[in-house]
Design a protein around this ligand. Structure first.
Ligand code: NAD
Ligand code: MG
Length: 313
């Protein structure tokens, strides 16, 4: 009998160290950060946030679960969307990212990571407040990717206001347009190109269930997203297209120091979760990968919570 070691399809444990596949302690897997008080103008650059959010550039290891798929990720330059774009590419997908032109510097890292994974990367900068851009975005992605199987509705605006007196109707309109109304436009356009096995995944929030008193507009858009997700999911399930949502808890991204939180709350950000720390964008990506892959074929209209343990309905 040969004593030669047989090659295995499974990586050795030591090969998993430092990747999202390592079986380490979730309380310490990422540091318990205390971001210093800081401020940037919206939309901000995450490469200038302190600390820089972890979008998985060093740690996300793909398993080929999205081989040959074609995805559009809005808000794909930074934070959760960037982590999703990087993960999707390493899982074998071609990825288009949409973002504001002011975020080009952040987007360049993501484009490079997609290309380094050997996949096609498409950059689609523009403002979702702009009707023309909003209405053409999906078709531009379809044209440049050669089709579309996955839409990630992730772009979002979050601005705190101490009281309703300071919350203008303009801000409410913008939050609803960017966070939820764009989902109708983009999903309608995407569904025209999608076949069975395609998926739409919307980024909602724990704010849908636990609205902060200083986020009256933002939190309401997130409740609307949950409702939209469950309704649309039923409408298109008979076509073999699945719609789901991911509900992050406190995740360290540049949305926070661009007036997404009161400045003085930043050092304690995420400390009140059962896990005791804020999440990192890379920790959100696997939830999106699961919902985009055929492994979740019987999961429809679901909201997958990735929030460090806070109970949700
Ligand atoms: P982020 O700032 O890194 O990403 C948000 C992105 O939205 C921006 O990069 C930008 O490209 C896009 N965006 C904003 N306004 C836009 C506009 N007018 N036109 C086009 N694009 C626009 O922050 P993030 O935390 O990764 O946010 C991604 C999503 O996650 C958002 O929907 C947010 O509400 C949601 N979310 C975040 C947290 C958190 O704690 N970070 C928690 C729950 C939900
Ligand atoms: Mg950004």
């Amino acid at each position: 009998m040969s004593t030669e070691s047989t090659s295995s399809a499974f990586p050795e444990l030591h090969e998993l160290e430092g990747t999202q596949l390592a079986f380490d302690d979730p309380t310490t897997r990422h540091p318990r950060i205390s971001p210093p008080e800081q401020h940037q103008e919206e939309p901000g650059l995450e490469t200038e946030a302190d600390p820089v959010p972890d979008i998985g550039l060093e740690s996300y290891r793909g398993l080929g679960r999205l081989q040959g798929r074609k995805a559009l990720v809005t808000g794909g330059d930074s934070g959760i969307g960037a982590a999703v774009a990087v993960a999707f590419a390493r899982e074998g997908a071609d990825v288009a990212i949409a973002y504001l032109p002011a975020e080009n510097k952040d987007a360049e890292r993501v484009i490079k990571a997609i290309e380094d994974a050997g996949r096609t990367a498409v950059a689609l900068p523009g403002d979702l407040m702009d009707k023309g851009y909003r209405e053409d975005l999906v078709d531009s992605a379809v044209q440049q990717l050669g089709g579309l199987d996955i839409l990630i509705n992730n772009a979002g605006k979050q601005i705190v206001n101490d009281s309703l007196d300071e919350l203008t109707d303009e801000q409410v309109d913008e939050a609803f347009q960017i966070n939820i109304k764009a989902m109708y436009t983009l999903s309608r356009a995407a569904l025209k190109h999608m076949g069975p096995g395609s998926t739409i995944i919307n980024t909602t929030s724990i704010q849908a269930y636990q609205p902060s008193p200083v986020l009256l507009d933002y939190a309401a858009t997130k409740s609307a997203i949950n409702n939209f997700t469950k309704g649309l999911a039923q409408q298109v399930a008979p076509r073999g297209i699945r719609v789901n949502a991911v509900a992050p808890g406190p995740v360290w991204t540049v949305i926070q120091p661009t007036d997404g939180q009161p400045k003085e709350a930043l050092p304690e950000f995420g400390h009140d979760t059962p896990l005791g720390r804020a999440g990192q964008p890379v920790e959100m990506a696997p939830a999106f990968v699961f919902l985009a892959s055929p492994e979740s074929s019987y999961v429809i209209g679901e909201t997958l919570h990735a929030n460090g343990g806070t109970p949700t309905p």
